[in-house]
Design a protein around this ligand. Structure first.
Ligand code: SF4
Ligand code: SF4
Length: 84
């Protein structure tokens, strides 16, 4: 069974560039066209439960806007620690 993960995108830093959307190997990211960040961008968000916590999106994000969490057998791990 693949690892279970999830992400949190910072509205302060995301600029809606879509890099994470195109690079996610599980295709679970999209831009949220129903929302605008305070800076006026459509932010990235997770569209379903398929995230494995691989952190590819976080590494590729030029703004450091994505924090990744991964669920282990007994605990939740914060995979990366971004400035956001
Ligand atoms: S790569 Fe970063 S800045 Fe670009 S859409 Fe994704 S979260 Fe936003
Ligand atoms: S951690 Fe990996 S699987 Fe999860 S949203 Fe980011 S790129 Fe996709």
């Amino acid at each position: 069974m693949p690892a279970k993960g999830w992400i949190v995108v910072s509205d302060l830093y995301c600029k809606g560039c879509e890099l994470c959307v195109s690079e996610c190997p599980q295709h679970v990211l999209a831009l949220n066209m129903d929302r605008l960040t305070p800076k006026g961008y459509h932010p990235a968000y997770q569209i379903n439960d398929g995230c494995t916590g691989c952190a590819t999106c976080s590494v590729i994000c030029p703004e450091g806007a994505i924090t990744v969490f991964r669920e282990g057998p007994n605990k939740v791990t914060r995979v990366n620690v971004q400035e956001a």
